[in-house]
Write a protein that binds this ligand. Structure first.
Ligand SMILES: *Cc1c(COP(=O)(O)O)cnc(C)c1O
Length: 357
């Protein structure tokens, strides 16, 4: 076992699992995306606990770098950040469904994104005030339909950001230009202070897509949705797990559930405290690898099935690793997506609650 200082009496021991989040790389990614946004400013999508990276660390780091607009999906996510980010800088994407929600937004100053005439009514009935409006330009998910833009109720709104969202910014498709044209038309119809369309990949579609504010999420956290972004984006998130046990096995021995791996010779293997309950899903079975030395060490391939709480790795290339030592998983998102068939978004947001963040 590695030698660690004693814990204070009664203190809960640290988790055998931690999520390394490189805040310097995160800030560098935001600065690159802000620069690539041209005359527009880059905001940040920090919904879903900053895509799993930990919103309470991510948001202050980005605020310190100059980011002034943060997008969450739930009121609870806004509440978590209220002490860390000025309330008007928090935009709640799903918008208010009940009077209580609209009143909470007014009381705190969190800006709701209004997505339908029902939400417009809800917001105005609660007293209104500065808000954002999402217009659906072709995704057919949340947002006011273009046909609703002439509704007289909209004239009573104090619109800060007029947003729309691209359905396929990472693809070469005519849908992008069609959505951009509708967004321009919506900007003509509704008075607003700022306009916003682009997510991470949308930033690379050029100045016509920038407006006043861009809304990257994935690329902040090291995701690369389109090749053009690759040179600008650094890896941010890396899962790390402790080695619980080291075993010696012999030729013919199998590893894990359903015995899907069979040793062809003597091997030294390690059981690490990371499983599918942590979001290291079973698609990693027999794929991918860990490394010692904070990710700088030799490749230690995953052996056999991933279990709920454990994964077995081949320690052959790292004879110095012992029980209690830590390894880092290879988690560069584009490569991990290629290997597992998961999207880069899923690879981030699946990472579970047992990680120390
Ligand atoms: C999640 C989200 C984003 C960020 O998208 P990425 O593809 O992660 O950059 C931007 N805008 C809206 C409305 C979103 O829901």
């Amino acid at each position: 076992m590695s030698t660690e200082p004693d814990l204070p009496f009664g203190a809960v021991p640290p988790a055998p699992l931690r999520l390394h989040c490189d805040l310097e790389a995160l800030v560098a990614n935001w600065r690159a995306l802000d620069r690539l946004s041209g005359a527009a400013s880059a905001g940040a999508a920090v919904k879903a606990d900053a895509y799993g990276a930990g919103a309470r660390r991510v948001a202050p780091a980005l605020l310190g770098a100059g980011c002034r607009d943060f997008f969450v999906a739930h009121w609870q996510e806004a509440a978590e950040l209220l002490a860390l980010v000025p309330a008007p800088a928090l935009a709640m994407l799903h918008g208010p469904l009940t009077a209580a929600e609209a009143q909470w937004a007014r009381a705190t100053g969190v800006r709701p994104v209004l997505n339908s005439l029902t939400q417009v009514d809800c917001w105005l009935a609660a007293g209104g005030g500065p808000c954002h409006v999402m217009v659906d330009t072709g995704m057919n998910r949340l947002g006011l339909p273009m046909a609703a833009l002439g509704d007289p109720r909209l004239a009573a709104l104090e619109i800060d950001v007029l947003l729309s969202h691209l359905a396929a910014a990472e693809d070469e498709t005519e849908l992008n230009a069609r959505q951009q044209e509708r967004w321009m038309a919506a900007r003509q119809r509704l008075p607003h202070r700022r306009a916003s369309l682009a997510n991470s990949a949308g930033i690379m579609l050029g100045a016509d897509y920038h407006g006043d504010l861009t809304r990257p999420g994935l690329a902040l956290y090291g995701g690369v949705p389109c090749a053009a972004l690759a040179p600008h984006i650094r890896q941010v998130v890396r899962p790390e797990a402790a080695i619980l046990q080291v075993r010696e096995i012999a030729a013919g021995d199998t590893v894990g559930y359903n015995a899907t791996f069979t040793a062809t010779g003597p091997m030294r293997i390690g059981v690490i405290a990371l499983g599918y309950a942590d979001g290291f899903l079973r698609c990693w079975s027999g794929k991918g690898a860990a490394r010692g030395d904070s990710g700088a060490g030799a490749v230690l391939p995953v052996l056999g099935r991933v279990s709920m709480d454990m994964t077995v790795i081949d320690l052959g290339a790292a004879p110095a690793l012992r029980e209690g030592d830590w390894v880092s998983l290879d988690y560069a998102l584009p490569q991990a997506a290629e290997l597992t068939g998961l999207s880069q978004y899923e690879l981030l947001t699946a990472l579970g609650r047992r990680f120390a963040r």
